[in-house]
Design a protein around this ligand. Structure first.
Ligand SMILES: [Zn+2]
Length: 68
């Protein structure tokens, strides 16, 4: 039982980190989105999934809808 509890804690700790770090970056408009953003889902041809740091390094601007 304790093992499962530890697993759940691990998931709870690492999942938000994964979602916060990976963004959908639009190479055409140079805007980056949270993976769950409507615009990120709509964007298929010009968008790549990269690290938030990399998106900023490329001159990316956070999306006004989701906040990047
Ligand atoms: Zn967005």
């Amino acid at each position: 039982m304790k093992k499962y509890f530890a697993l759940i804690i691990c998931f709870a700790m690492f999942l938000p980190v994964c979602f916060a770090e990976t963004v959908v970056y639009n190479t055409k408009t140079h805007k980056y989105h949270k993976p769950g953003c409507t615009w990120a889902v709509k964007c298929t041809s010009n968008c790549i999934k990269i690290d938030k740091k990399d998106a900023k390094n490329k001159g990316g601007v956070p999306c006004k809808v989701c906040g990047g």
